[in-house]
Design a protein. Sequence first.
Lengths: 112, 324
Amino acid sequence: MRAVLMAAVMALCASSVSAETITKFWNLTRNTVDALQLAPAGSSDFGPNLCLADPDKSVDYDERLKISGLSSGIYDARIHDVAGRTCRAKNVRVEAGKIFSISEKELNGCTP
Amino acid sequence: MLHRSVIGALVLFCATWLAASNAEAYMAFVSNEKGNTVSVIDTDKMAVVATIPVGQRPRGIAISKDRKTVFVCTSDADHIEAIDADSMKVARTLPSGADPELFAPSPDGKYLYVANEDNALVSVLDIDQGAVANEIPVGVEPEGMGVSPDGKWLVATSETTSMAHFIDTDSFQVVDSVLVDTRPRYAEFTPDGKEVWVSSEVGGTVAVIDVATRKVLKKISFAIQGVRPETIQAVGISITKDGKTAFISLGPANRVAVVDAASFEVKDYLLVGQRVWHTDLTPDGKYLLTANGESNDVSVIDVASLKVLKSIPVGELPWGVVIR
């Protein structure tokens, strides 16, 4: 019983730490990004627009977007920028609590 | 006897020649934002002669009054590193407040005024004490920092508030704020201290502000044939020692604008590397060096002829440059 209680407390602590962990997206694409969505690599299950968490809802070139609760893993990214482009970046490696960047040369399939 | 005097003359000649050579051997220190290094360029050889490892995300870079120390903001490390310019090694680490990006040394060499983007503060760092002596609240996301030549005025630009804040360095209080175009990035005083030039990245303009009245004298705009207006983003500013010419970096337009500082007219646009950030002039005023963020190089501009002479490869994402 004690062990179960301890495990539950530890799990609770771990999840609260994970929720508070801030990961940062570093925009090194050409333009200001106003939508960033992530999906597990190889899937198209894109999540919400993470840029909405930014005070001005966009991330300028060379700026950072703070993202809370993001798990480590490899993601595909869908990006929309203020120039009207929608682009993909494949196999973006994210480490929770660290900074990950997406640069212009990593973008592909941009439309229009 | 004759032999001795010949040797004496030779020694004198060599000493003079060496002194002259040393006087011209400038070193440019370039912060590489993603490479976490500072590249050192010999401006005579026009080549990188050393690469100094520093903390994460080095951006703002400046030199001490005695020109012996190069300070660099290592933004992700939340501190400032002091590089011994002779040994080219990090000699000290100084506190700075969170996420330091740009700073300016006071003319007396006592302080570094540091913009802390994350907490809307300007930190006054006492260099000798290695401690923050004061903190000045300013607008949201301060970035550009300029100090008047007499040291009496400090101008901090806040990106989100779009203001240039005038700070009295006796009281460390903001005494006036001037509205400029969107996302002001950099502030540079003219050598006579009468004007401060403030670049606005998103606005794509430079505001020339009269220091005595704090009025905008002129807003300089830029237009380049064949270049989309939204890519013309004003960032770095360098002004020649005689105060006659200003060089404005235009970011993703990949150009440096040459501006007549008296008439405020744009005389020329010089094509440099990709995404030009900040610039510095050699102490003799002969060359302007530009840090080009996307092409990972430094362009060398001959100031007299306004020709781009050379591209020098440096580290990853060069951001700032200061020349010793």
